[in-house]
Design a binder for this molecule. Structure first.
Ligand code: UD1
Length: 344
């Protein structure tokens, strides 16, 4: 019998890629999503790639009774991968209670229900945002947590603490916290990818939409940072590589191979690239010319951050493999596909 895994936020960007990898690895997936920030058609893409349509229910993790009914209906769920969360930094500043409610209550509901239904582990989506501007680079998991720059960032920190406190209180389940750097790209089949709502806040969707002519110009937020070309540096990780790490993590939990009740891993490539590096590479691999302009700094931006992924590499046996060239090309092919389908 296949091991059952619940994926919350299963039609989202990282969630959908993870559902594919879980199904490819032989897991049975139950995916849920409230569809606020994703689309039911994503299931068609998942099915085209993996040949399997995951069980799906439209459900909000804040609906505890609904979750309880889900666990009862799909009995035997062994592990959870919890992606579902609100993630727009600016929106979180405008509407902090929405973020605290969505991101904290959904996690609390899941943790609360896990013992009753015998769920053995939960993988939690965290972010390198918890490190703020690290004192040392590349940043390791032992780097101090800095005061959050936004309510969104604060929810990630608080969720990590909620998991630590709950697991240490002696419950029967374990957890793996994954701190993502900057996930980008799309599945090589171009059946699934990133589909932001409205004007993109993140760099890559803005780059592809500018190249497509949907946005007139890309603003580069600052060229006066202390970096090789003055623009900010991030660690851009391919979304399929990232998805594969989740399969390893949840398998580690359900097979009882964790070395601690809560383990935390950085998921990055270990390479930092500037905004201008990304623009140049995108232009090179796609042959498209990007209309961009240097503007002032974006409030709250971190100057530079990239991962030390050694712990994940050694302990999980996982390494980010895709090149940034192939990853940017996949993002561009996805944009072309959206145009072909008349979506964007
Ligand atoms: C942001 C959040 C981070 C969150 C992540 C979720 C901030 C400060 N951080 O990460 O907490 O986990 O999104 O997706 O908001 N850039 C431009 N022009 C643009 C857009 C971005 O120059 O139009 C630059 C940014 O200044 C940054 C880089 O591109 O240097 C990456 O930006 P983005 O994709 O928004 O990610 P982060 O800021 O790293």
């Amino acid at each position: 019998m296949k091991t059952k895994i619940l994926v919350t936020g299963g039609t989202g960007f990282i969630g959908s890629h993870t559902v594919v990898e879980l199904q490819n690895a032989g897991f049975e997936v139950i995916a849920i999503d409230n569809l606020w920030n994703s689309n039911i058609e994503v299931l068609d893409g998942i099915e085209k790639i993996s040949g399997i349509r995951p069980i799906f229910e439209k459900l909000d993790c804040n609906d505890k009774a609904g979750l309880e009914a889900l666990f009862t209906k799909h009995s035997g769920i062994k592990g959870i991968i919890h992606f579902a969360a609100s993630k727009a930094v600016g929106e979180s500043v405008q509407n902090p209670l929405l973020y605290y409610r969505n991101n904290l209550v959904s996690l609390i509901n899941l943790l609360d229900l896990m013992p009753k239904f015998g769920v053995e582990g939960i993988v939690f989506s965290s972010s390198c945002t918890v490190y703020g501007q690290p004192d040392e680079l590349p940043v390791t998991e032992n780097a101090p947590i800095k005061v959050a720059m936004s309510p969104y960032g604060n929810t990630k920190q608080i969720c990590e603490e909620i998991i630590q406190d709950t697991v240490h209180s002696g419950v029967d389940y374990k957890s793996i916290i994954l701190r993502y750097f900057n996930p980008i790209g799309s599945h090589p089949s171009v059946e699934i990818g990133e589909l932001p709502n409205g004007v993109p806040q993140n760099l890559i969707p803005f780059v592809t939409q500018t190249a497509m002519g949907i946005r007139e110009k890309l603003s580069v937020y600052g060229d006066d940072y202390n970096t090789h070309d003055g623009s900010c540096i991030r660690d851009y990780i391919n979304v399929v590589d990232l998805a594969k790490a989740h399969v390893i993590a949840v398998n580690r939990l359900v097979e009882g191979k964790s070395k601690a009740n809560v383990e935390t891993f950085n998921l990055g490539t270990g390479v930092g690239l500037s905004v201008l590096d990304i623009i140049r590479t995108f232009e090179k691999v796609t042959g498209e010319k990007l209309n961009y302009q240097i503007v002032g700094r974006r409030e709250g931006d971190i100057e530079k951050v990239w991962a030390n992924p050694d712990y994940a590499n050694n302990e999980l046996g996982w390494t980010a493999k895709e090149t940034v060239e192939d990853t940017l090309l996949s993002a561009w092919k996805w944009q072309l596909k959206l145009r072909e389908k008349g979506i964007m």
